[in-house]
Design a protein around this ligand. Structure first.
Ligand code: PA5
Length: 490
């Protein structure tokens, strides 16, 4: 039986005490807010114009038509057949979902062993950092003619991805000559942006180069795994329809109006209450699995970029039901729980000490797997571990960690996957996405933009001399240089 379950027993005062747990009266106090949040979210989701303009089109991704999926699948099969290696270039939302999917759904050591990979190409990720020590080694060791490059960038402007693309293009060009663009696939905005412009230019020279797939309007990077991540799944041979089917079933559950029947609403409201009423600003996400470690990293971005906001949201509603969300400059809120990614059992010998005895300011979310794809039994009879399976021990370790947290009055909750399957993967991601959207409603912030990321970008663009930097930004940077007093440097 496939499926995921959300166990929130240990979020309540009955298990962790009134000082650190939610009480029924806390929920009752915000019941009007919960109803308003549900009604508002539903209103936005029901209106395609609002959905696209405000960045909630991701909620419709589980319902993509079969024809689109078939075409992506076809392209994925073609790439998998033709190439030995695929390099995905992208960062943030254009990277983390893919990496998480690969680690969870493809067999471990996928790139290392041909027998594990079967007839699939090796799949690498680059363009997610500016560290020269990784890309240079990769390019030195791959054969360009046997390598496909998939560049993913909504804006086409992101420095890390753009820099990697220029280098990789050059590398391909040297070996494949004029037709090098036939080895590049671009996933980007359907109409605008620097990458779309480049696709048009390249295709004017060679119509078969830079084949592209669209990043749908109204789908922000971190909510886009079911859009731009699909080609990657197709290349790996992962059943896209099962992923979307899991997401769809979860979408139905997450559309229930009452929080008591809606796992995403329940997840959001309990975390919101613990944050606001019980001083729990740290969100520890802790899968008990090596293969779900990158899923925790994906969640870190989802939570941090969606809910870490300076301003409250001011809604400007039109008479026709349309909405515009503005930053309420009069209401600085600086809100958002801080996510921390760790994994069991590895980090039981690290972060867990702080989780148990450090400040009681965190909520731990465990991800637990009921049935693993493979099994190892410990041989012999002499040891207490003899005859036990790794999966049994891992599940016991999760239970033990949960128990230890409860005994120390530390709130925690558990999301259990019957197994790591494409179906459950789809369900898990949608669950976290909807929970984050609902928490954004409760906090009254815009969960679908990331204005805070602009600061570093602007500074880099200014220093790099990018044309078109506004005078205000240029002045801001010029007038506020970093101060480096040697007195404070040893
Ligand atoms: O969630 C987001 O929107 C961001 O993390 C972006 O995905 C990230 O900044 C990369 O942007 P782009 O896809 O435009 O290169």
């Amino acid at each position: 039986m496939q499926g995921i379950k959300f166990d929130f027993n240990n979020m309540f005062s009955a298990n962790v005490g009134t000082l650190h747990g939610v009480e029924d009266k806390d929920i009752a106090e915000i019941s009007a807010g919960l109803q308003n949040a549900d009604a508002h979210l539903k209103k936005i989701l029901a209106n395609p114009r609002n959905r696209i303009k405000l960045g909630l089109e991701w909620a419709n991704l589980p319902y993509q038509d079969a024809k689109t999926i078939k075409e992506i699948q076809k392209l994925g099969n073609e790439i998998a057949k033709k190439f030995d290696n695929v390099i995905f270039l992208g960062i943030g939302g254009s990277y983390l979902g893919l990496k998480a999917a690969q680690d969870a759904l493809a067999p471990a050591y996928f790139n290392e062993f041909k027998e594990v990979r079967k007839d699939k190409p090796r799949v690498y990720f680059e363009g997610n950092n500016l560290d020269p020590d990784t890309l240079s080694v990769l390019l030195k060791n791959l054969k360009p003619r046997k390598t496909c490059v998939v560049v993913i960038s909504k804006s086409g402007e992101t420095t890390e991805t753009k820099a990697a693309l220029i280098v990789v293009e050059n590398w391909l060009k040297k070996s494949a000559g004029k037709k090098y663009g036939r080895q590049i696939i671009a996933i980007t905005d359907p109409e605008s942006g620097a990458l779309r412009k480049k696709i048009k230019l390249e295709q004017a020279n060679d119509p078969l180069s830079f084949r592209s797939l669209p990043l749908l309007k109204g789908v922000g990077g971190r909510y886009s795994e079911f859009n731009m991540g699909l080609l990657h799944l197709a290349i790996l041979g992962i059943a896209i329809k099962d992923v979307l089917s899991g997401a769809k079933d979860m979408a139905v559950k997450c559309s229930r109006a009452h929080y008591a029947e809606n796992p995403a609403y329940m997840y959001a409201l309990l975390h919101y209450l613990l944050y606001r009423k019980k001083n729990k600003p740290i969100a520890v996400i802790m899968p008990f699995s090596e293969t779900l470690k990158s899923c925790a990293d994906w969640y870190v971005q989802l939570l941090a970029e969606s809910l870490g906001k300076k301003y409250s949201r001011k809604i400007k509603a039109g008479a026709d039901g349309s909405e515009e969300w503005l930053s309420d400059k009069a209401a600085i809120t600086n809100t958002g729980r801080t996510p921390v990614s760790c994994r069991g059992t590895t980090d039981l010998h690290s972060v867990q000490q702080n989780n148990i005895e450090g400040e009681n300011n965190k909520v731990v979310t465990f991800i637990r797997i009921e049935k693993f794809s493979r099994e190892i039994k410990i041989p012999g009879t002499a040891d207490i571990l003899s005859g036990k399976s790794f999966a049994e021990l891992l599940k016991l370790a999760q239970e033990a960690t949960e128990w230890a947290l409860v005994r120390s009055a530390r709130p925690n909750c558990t999301v259990t996957l019957s197994q790591v399957s494409p179906y459950n993967w789809g369900a898990l991601l949608f669950f976290f996405e909807m929970a984050t959207a609902f928490e954004g409603e409760l906090l009254n912030i815009n969960a679908f933009d990331q204005p805070g990321v602009e600061g570093y970008k602007n500074y880099m663009y200014y220093k790099l001399g990018k044309p078109g930097i506004s005078q205000d930004i240029a002045n801001e940077i010029k007038n506020h240089p970093l101060v480096k007093n040697t007195k404070y440097i040893l």
